[in-house]
Design a protein around this ligand. Structure first.
Ligand SMILES: Nc1nc2c(c(=O)[nH]1)N[C@H]1C(S)=C(S)[C@@H](COP(=O)(O)O)O[C@H]1N2
Ligand SMILES: [Mo]
Length: 315
């Protein structure tokens, strides 16, 4: 078993990624200093065999200098504590995980609760490719070509009642298949939530794939949330339950460390994490740090959702 014994590790001991580079990234960074080794690598990764960049999707919300993060990093540098706490653990420890067959339950304050086989859950919806900037609370970021469906379409189909105000999404709980759940690192199963207007915003998606392929296990197969203006931990993986509620859901990281993680988790360079700055970020594959943008660069699309709210209090 490659999983670290993690029973006694507290969230406060988890190292912010901004403070070190792993060995492979040192090698990549050294390559940038010596030769311009990274640009060809990034270009090579943009096209999985037989695909043009145009086929992958429109660069919605991208900034001029954003390049898709290479496949190797998108699928090799992950947070997915169900498969271990190191960045390379999810790829190494999720190889045996079977993401099919899969059932998704939609329940709570809806007129049409249902259990769906994954295929029936996805089939009626429009499948889209969208490249998003992604920002982890640990001060690193990537640009990821996702494939998926709009969460709004899923919610609409369920017909929420007038009382529904929030959406709660839950990861599979199965310690036999997710070995990290045998350690009490987090309060399993992993839960995340959004306000209903955030959940139905056109940028919010349920991803089923990346780089035009089905999601690798380490990225949250077969279905995970993607909310590009929020820190990565909102993007709950391997979802089995979507529940509409009238109360703000208790999300896992807020339950685990309420002084460090809130419900909103909007990317905000002006609000530091209690133990490190959020003003800059390290784009995986790049050497120099970038300035972090308000709402991760999606302010034009989403800032109206928070008008009148104090984003320092609602972090
Ligand atoms: N179930 C579950 N979902 C999770 C996590 C996790 O540990 N468990 N980690 C989150 C964090 S902190 C991040 S940054 C993203 C990483 O997604 P990626 O590996 O596809 O980049 O997944 C999020 N979703
Ligand atoms: Mo994260």
């Amino acid at each position: 078993m490659l999983i670290r014994r993690a029973a006694d590790i507290k969230p406060s001991e988890i190292t912010p990624e901004g403070v070190y580079l792993n060995r492979r990234e040192w090698i990549a960074a050294a390559g940038v200093m010596g030769a311009a080794a990274l640009a060809p690598q990034a270009l090579g990764a943009l096209g999985t065999p037989g695909q043009s960049p145009a086929a992958i999707g429109t660069p919605f919300g991208l900034q001029k200098d954003d390049k898709p993060t290479p496949w190797e990093d998108v699928t090799g540098y992950n947070n997915f504590y169900e498969f271990g706490m190191g960045k390379e653990d999810p790829a190494a420890n999720s190889k045996q995980f079977k993401a099919k067959p899969w059932t998704v339950r939609v329940e709570g304050l809806v007129k049409k609760p249902a259990d769906y086989a994954l295929e029936d859950f996805i089939k009626p919806n429009k499948i889209e490719d969208r490249i998003y900037r992604m920002r982890c609370v640990e001060a690193w970021s990537m640009v990821i070509p996702w494939r998926g469906i709009s969460l709004a379409d899923v919610i609409k189909r369920a017909e929420p009642t007038a009382a529904a105000k929030y959406v709660e999404m839950t990861t599979l709980f199965d310690p036999a298949r997710m070995p990290g759940q045998r350690a009490r690192v987090l309060d399993w199963p992993y839960v995340e939530g959004l306000r209903l207007d955030e959940a139905t915003h056109p940028l919010t998606m349920l991803a089923t794939g990346v780089y035009g392929r089905d999601l690798p296990n380490q990225n949250g197969a077969p279905l995970r949330l993607v909310v590009p203006w929020k820190y990565g931990f909102k993007g709950v993986k391997s979802i089995v339950k979507i529940r509409l509620t009238d109360k703000q859901p208790a999300n896992t990281w807020q339950v685990s460390a309420p002084e460090e993680y809130g419900f909103y988790a909007n990317v905000n360079p002006e609000v530091d994490h209690p133990r490190w700055s959020q003003a800059t970020e390290r784009r995986i594959g790049e050497f120099l740090k970038r300035k972090t943008l308000m709402f991760n660069g999606y302010a034009d699309q989403v800032s109206s959702l928070y008008s009148g709210m104090d984003l320092r209090r609602n972090y």
